[in-house]
Design a protein around this ligand. Structure first.
Ligand code: ASN
Ligand code: ZN
Ligand code: CA
Length: 331
């Protein structure tokens, strides 16, 4: 039997964090025994295989910078841990498959790779180092996003093309964002932006905006016919926007110091019901009512069913779901 221990991690994006580690001989192993045994591996720039285990002599991991390989591992390991805790404590779910077993993470994939991804085959998350090895794609909301692709695969299994592809992507943005808020980490406060710290555009802007997805220059704010032919990362827009409207409502609002201004297609105001309820509605819709081919109209029906089951068919929550979908042109 191994004693469960916790190490100290100096992350790049989330400050000083606890990391799951376990004593192994004379050193420590980066293994989260308290969370299904999740481990983070070092690919050392390879693009396949599992990589090498991370070990450490003093159980203090990373230095907050990219100068040592451990730092990206700290962020990835922490991201998987917070996502695990969010699933358990908020969604009542024991890991991605609800079986108590962890996925694993791999960092330092490829050469200056500017992406991160989930893979159903390895049941694992993988992170690149970013351009110039400066901004690894290991930010907390990105980790929550990738791990939640595993959650989608294990539940509704939304096909990664057509409108279901956009809903698949949005599910990952929704839970990635939920995880970031859940962490209550003063070094990485929650927001309705994706990847705001990885500076993927090189000008300080985030990867995606949920209050008004078109702010990225590419994403859709509203559903329209034929949308499913486009990239899931752009057709996630209406569902991300729906989630924002349902949580916070339309118009101007400041949350954790960030100013949002969320429009509706017809200018009708939507009143938010709070993020916690919006998350519960999306999770129930995903796990009870959506299937692999669910499209936008069916996602509306699924979330209405979920709101009815959770809060009743005459509730303010149920009405807000309808209003938020109308705001993004899904009726
Ligand atoms: N980061 C992307 C995602 O999770 C990776 C991809 O498009 N395959 O959607
Ligand atoms: Zn994704
Ligand atoms: Ca974020």
């Amino acid at each position: 039997r191994q004693a469960i221990e916790t190490g100290t991690g100096n992350s790049q994006y989330s400050g000083k964090v606890a990391v799951g580690s376990v004593k192994s001989g004379t050193s420590w192993l980066l293994k989260d025994t308290a969370r299904g045994g999740h481990m983070t591996y070092n690919l050392k720039h390879a693009e396949d295989g599992k990589g090498s285990k991370f070990t450490d002599a003093d159980n203090i991991w990373g230095n907050g910078k990219t100068t040592i390989a451990q730092t990206a591992a700290v962020d990835a390991h922490y991201g998987a841990a917070v996502t695990w805790d969010y699933y358990k404590n908020v969604l009542g779910r024991k890991g991605i498959r609800n079986d108590g077993k962890a996925a694993y993470s791999r960092v330092h994939f490829g050469d200056e790779y500017v992406n991160a991804f989930w893979d159903d085959d390895c049941f694992c998350m993988t992170y690149g180092d970013g351009e110039g090895n400066k901004k690894p794609l290991t930010e907390l909301d990105v980790a929550g996003h990738e791990m939640s692709h595993g959650l989608t695969s294990a539940t509704a299994n939304l096909e990664y093309s057509g409108e279901s592809g956009g809903l698949n992507e949005a599910t990952s943005d929704i839970f990635g964002t939920a995880v970031e808020f859940y962490a209550k980490n003063p070094s990485d406060v929650g927001d309705y932006l994706m990847g705001e710290k990885i500076d993927i555009n090189g000008d300080g802007t985030p990867l995606r905006y949920m209050d008004k997805p078109s702010k990225d220059g590419y994403s859709y704010d509203y559903w329209k016919r034929g949308i499913g032919d486009d990239d899931p990362h752009l057709t996630s827009g209406p569902a991300n926007h729906f989630f924002y409207l349902l949580s916070e409502g339309s118009g101007k609002k400041v949350v954790n110091g960030v100013t949002y201004d969320s429009p509706t297609i017809d200018g009708k105001a939507v009143k938010g019901i709070g993020r916690a309820k919006a998350e519960k509605i999306w999770y129930k819709a995903l796990t009870a009512y959506m299937t692999s081919t669910t499209n936008y109209a069916q996602a509306r029906t699924a979330t209405l069913k979920a709101a009815k089951a959770l809060y009743g068919g005459t509730s303010a929550e149920y009405k807000a779901v309808g209003a938020a979908w109308a705001g993004v042109n899904v009726k």
